[in-house]
Design a protein around this ligand. Structure first.
Ligand SMILES: C[S@@+](CC[C@H](N)C(=O)[O-])C[C@H]1O[C@@H](n2cnc3c(N)ncnc32)[C@H](O)[C@@H]1O
Length: 320
């Protein structure tokens, strides 16, 4: 999507979020706008943190993701593409959440277009709606990225993020940044704000403990990705990728974790467990379709930890 330089200039002026306020919602709960909602891990996390939701608006375009969301949360109001979402059509939003697409930030992407990329540039839609909706609270999640994009996003959002590795709450390595005005904060000498959400308690969950059967020689699984939906068919290639590059996850049939023809990829249930998504949440889909959403999704317990710092009256906050 192309914007004029004047439009872009207005958009990138730093957001001035309101910090540390108690949101009085009565018994009805929050109005939430979730951009790039995927399969609604945001909604699972709100539920887990005991936050009441009044209306949950989701912007998502992937049919499989919408199908899973509507099955598990039938009251979700789907809005379609973020490009068509306008604050004027919505009630006052209390909480804006989203993890904008990250493909152009990825180290695997040779072009590394960052915020200029078509997909990662959708961050600007998040920023637009942050300004249009002016919610009390916001949360943006993304992957590790180049310093320029990291600082640019932080300046535009008016805060530096908190960085959490999901390995603390699950059996999976997953380092992510969370830009938010929820929870504690600090400022440096130049007035830059930093999110000071503490790290979640280390639950010491091992990869092995999440397997349905078989063995692993890794303490923690490698970060699961959307590419889990396109597993290599050749066992030989699968093992080489595991052993030499260390990217993917495989399971052995013997405790010595020696290679043989019985090595396997992760099951749908194991992928759900690694993301702390309730078992069976994606069962309406076939394994590879579910893997696509789970690889793209949030670790529910990490997000629930962040939401546990929401100061919401009449809610049942469960500090993790
Ligand atoms: C990184 S994933 C977010 C997953 C989500 N946080 C979850 O927990 O399931 C990014 C999502 O953005 C969606 N997306 C891409 N373009 C979009 C658009 N124009 N409008 C809305 N969503 C879009 C993709 O389909 C994908 O599900």
């Amino acid at each position: 999507m192309h914007r004029s330089s004047i439009e872009l200039q207005t958009l990138i002026e730093p957001h001035k979020p309101s910090f540390c306020q108690t949101l009085v919602t009565g018994s009805t709960g929050l109005n939430v706008l979730s951009l790039f909602d995927g399969m609604s891990c945001g909604q699972l996390a709100l539920q887990k943190a005991g936050i009441n939701v009044n209306q949950y608006f989701a912007s998502e375009i992937k049919p499989h993701a919408i199908k899973v969301t509507q099955l598990n949360f039938p009251n979700t109001i789907q809005l379609g593409s973020v490009l068509d979402v306008k604050a004027i059509d919505l009630p006052q939003i209390d909480l804006l959440i989203g993890g904008s697409p990250c493909q152009d930030f990825s180290s695997a992407n040779k072009e590394k277009l960052g915020l200029q990329g078509e997909k990662s540039g959708l961050f600007y839609e998040y920023l637009r709606l942050l300004k249009e909706c002016n919610p009390k609270y916001f949360l943006l999640e993304n992957v590790a990225m180049d310093n320029y994009s990291y600082s640019a996003i932080s300046e535009m959002l008016g805060t530096y993020p908190t960085n959490i590795n999901s390995e603390l709450v699950s059996g999976q390595l997953r380092q992510r940044s969370y830009w938010t005005n929820i929870g504690p904060e600090s400022f440096d000498l130049f007035g830059n704000r930093y999110s000071m959400i503490p790290q979640p308690r280390n639950k010491k969950i091992t990869f092995q403990s999440l397997l349905e059967n078989g063995y692993t020689d890794r303490l923690k699984a490698r970060c699961i990705l959307e590419s889990e939906s396109r597993p290599l068919v050749s066992k030989d290639k699968l093992y080489r990728r595991y052993n030499e590059l260390g990217f993917i996850n495989i399971v052995f049939d013997n405790p010595q974790c020696e290679y043989n023809e019985n090595i396997r990829i992760l099951t749908q249930t194991e992928l759900e467990r690694l993301q702390t998504v309730p078992e069976g949440y994606t069962s309406i889909l076939k394994r590879n379709d579910a893997a696509c959403l789970l690889g793209d999704g949030w670790t529910v317990d990490t997000i629930a930890h962040i939401f546990s710092f929401l100061e919401v009256e009449c809610s049942n906050l469960a500090q993790s």
